[in-house]
Ligand binder design. Structure first.
Ligand SMILES: [Zn+2]
Length: 311
């Protein structure tokens, strides 16, 4: 049940207020990934932190009630007394941006792709274009990124060239994957997760095609021994990213074949066309049926067929 609650929170996070989860019980676990690069786990998406002589840069910030604990965990490393100078958001979902307001209030500068700011500012709905749908409340002004970028941005601190690169139409339309070339680490945001079939926010411009493109691009250009921080789950390798992309392609092909043969979504569900992958990937939240809908909606959306691969 704990797992169900956790997975549900991945997606309902923007709706979840502090009362829905007992954040007082959440502990922040810090893992050294490489050099001065750390991964922080608490509740919500994984955080990457570059901690060094110039201060601290974090990628994603979980939930607002955890901000003090996150800051304390970073300070307890004993590397620097300097604050979190920059927060980079990988996408707009609340389990990755919930801490924007407290960090910004404490003086951090929040950076994100243009679309992240737009979606946080206006609110709207998130979902797979099918049975999974939720309202996203507009974020308060103080939580909005104050520096935004279209294609990419680089933050030069701690001897590192921290580069956030936009991958359009993957998990959402505003995904950034963040590279730390010196530490040889990448934070994938939710374009790569380890909880099973991924949630793809088709309603917010996400698509399986974009997610595959992002994973394949990363796997093609990064060093073989790069350490991969997924949006959710344990530190991974490029091999894990490749396996995940292979699953996304194979399941997409299964839905494509069913589409060609004239099957409706309901028939695809009834025929359990993803049975070969379900044991390994079907989850409590993104079930086989939810993922069939996701793939169907991605593959039949004309806009996705022509999405721009600009990175
Ligand atoms: Zn997300």
């Amino acid at each position: 049940m704990r797992k169900i609650a956790f997975i549900a929170l991945l997606c309902f996070s923007a709706l979840a207020s502090a009362q829905d989860q007992d954040f007082a019980k959440v502990q922040i676990k810090v893992t050294k990934v490489s050099g001065n690069l750390y991964m922080l786990e608490g509740s919500g998406g994984n955080i990457a932190a570059s901690v060094g002589e110039d201060g601290i840069v974090i990628v994603d910030d979980q939930y607002a009630p955890l901000a003090d604990k996150i800051a304390a965990a970073l300070k307890s490393l004993g590397v620097t007394d300097k604050p979190v100078r920059f927060v980079i958001n990988t996408h707009y979902h609340g389990d990755h941006t919930g801490g924007n307001l407290p960090f910004a209030t404490a003086g951090s500068t929040v950076i994100a792709q243009d679309s992240v700011r737009k979606r946080l500012e206006t609110g709207g709905s998130a979902g797979n274009g099918g049975s999974l749908s939720m309202d996203m409340k507009a974020a308060p002004k103080g939580a909005l990124p104050i520096i935004t970028f279209d294609h990419d941005v680089t933050v030069h601190l701690n001897g590192e060239d921290i580069r956030a690169l936009h991958f359009p139409a993957g998990h959402t339309d505003g995904d950034a994957i963040v590279f730390f070339p010196k530490a040889n680490v990448v934070h994938m945001g939710d374009d790569f997760v380890r909880y099973g079939y991924p949630f793809i926010d088709v309603t917010a411009g996400g698509s399986v095609q974009g997610m595959i493109a992002a994973c394949e691009k990363v796997a093609a250009v990064l060093p073989a021994d790069v350490k991969v921080i997924p949006g959710h789950g344990q530190i991974a390798t490029l091999g894990d990213v490749r396996d995940y992309a292979t699953m996304l392609k194979a399941t997409s092909a299964a839905v494509q074949a069913a589409l060609k043969s004239g099957k409706t979504v309901d028939q695809m569900k009834k025929d359990k066309i993803l049975a070969a992958w379900d044991k390994k990937y079907s989850g409590d939240f993104v079930t086989s049926d939810v993922f069939i809908e996701t793939l169907y909606n991605s593959l039949t959306n004309q806009k996705n067929a022509e999405f721009v691969k600009h990175n």
